[in-house]
Design a binder for this molecule. Structure first.
Ligand code: SF4
Length: 203
C-alpha cells in the first residue's frame, strides 16, 4: 500500500561552520527520529532495490511520499532533493518510517542496508550546498539528536568535501530527472514514477 504523509517541519537546521569534532557513537538515534525525513535520490532508490533484489512494486513498499502543504515551512535540507508530482500533488520521496518514527530498515538498532544507505544517511550529520560558486558544508542536525557531534577528532575537511561533491553530483542528476518528470508526465502516479525512474537509471 502506498503511504502518503503530510509533511511536518523538521527540527534540523543548516548552519555553516568551520571546524567541528565528530565521531559516530552508533547509537542509532538518527534512524529513530520521527522528525528526520530520509529523502532519497533516484540512485539511492536503485542501489537499495538492487541490493535487496526488489522489483518496482516491492520498492514502493519501502518508500513514503510526503505531501507538501506549505512550501515555505520547509527547512533548507529538504529543498535540496526536489519533490515529485504524484496523483495527490507534489511530494517528497523518502524511506518509509514505522509508526514509532524509526526507519523501516533498522533492525536490532542496526541498519540492514548500511552499504547502500541513502546519501542523506551517508553524509549525516553534515549537509552540503553550492553557494557563491563554492561547495559549503554545515551541520544538518542539532546536537541533542546526534551525540557524536563534539566527540572524536576534528572532521577531515578534504574527505568531507569529496563526499559533498559526490552528493551534489548525484542530486544534480536526479534533479534533471525530476524536472523532466514533473513537466512532461500525464496522469502521474507513484507507481509510474518508480518504474520510469528505475528504467531511466538502468539505461
Ligand atoms: S545520531 Fe549521530 S552518533 Fe548516533 S548513530 Fe546517528 S550519526 Fe551516529
Amino acid at each position: 500500500m502506498t503511504i502518503f504523509r503530510i509533511f511536518c517541519k523538521q527540527v534540523a537546521s543548516l548552519s555553516f561552520i568551520r571546524d567541528i569534532r565528530f565521531e559516530c557513537q552508533n547509537c542509532g538515534a538518527c534512524c529513530r527520529q520521527s522528525n528526520l525525513v530520509v529523502t532519497v535520490t533516484g540512485k539511492d532508490i536503485l542501489r537499495i532495490a538492487t541490493a535487496l533484489g526488489l522489483d518496482a512494486s516491492e520498492t514502493l513498499h519501502a518508500l513514503d511520499f510526503y505531501l507538501i502543504e506549505n512550501e515555505h515551512s520547509l527547512p533548507e535540507g529538504m529543498r535540496d532533493i526536489p519533490p515529485i508530482m504524484t496523483e495527490k500533488g507534489l511530494a517528497y520521496v523518502a524511506i518509509r518510517k514505522l509508526e514509532d518514527g524509526s526507519c523501516i530498515f533498522l533492525e536490532d538498532n542496526k541498519c540492514i542496508i548500511y552499504p547502500v544507505r541513502p546519501a542523506v544517511c551517508r553524509t549525516f550529520p553534515f549537509t552540503f550546498k553550492m553557494k557563491d560558486n563554492g561547495l559549503r558544508w554545515g551541520i544538518s542536525a542539532i546536537s541533542h539528536i546526534c551525540p557524536g557531534l563534539g566527540k572524536g577528532d576534528y572532521v577531515d575537511k578534504k574527505f568531507l568535501l569529496e563526499l559533498g561533491r559526490g552528493t551534489i553530483n548525484e542530486l544534480s542528476y536526479y534533479a534533471e530527472f525530476v524536472e523532466r518528470w514533473n513537466t512532461t508526465i500525464d496522469s502521474p502516479t507513484v507507481e509510474k514514477y518508480l518504474q520510469t525512474l528505475l528504467d531511466s537509471i538502468k539505461q
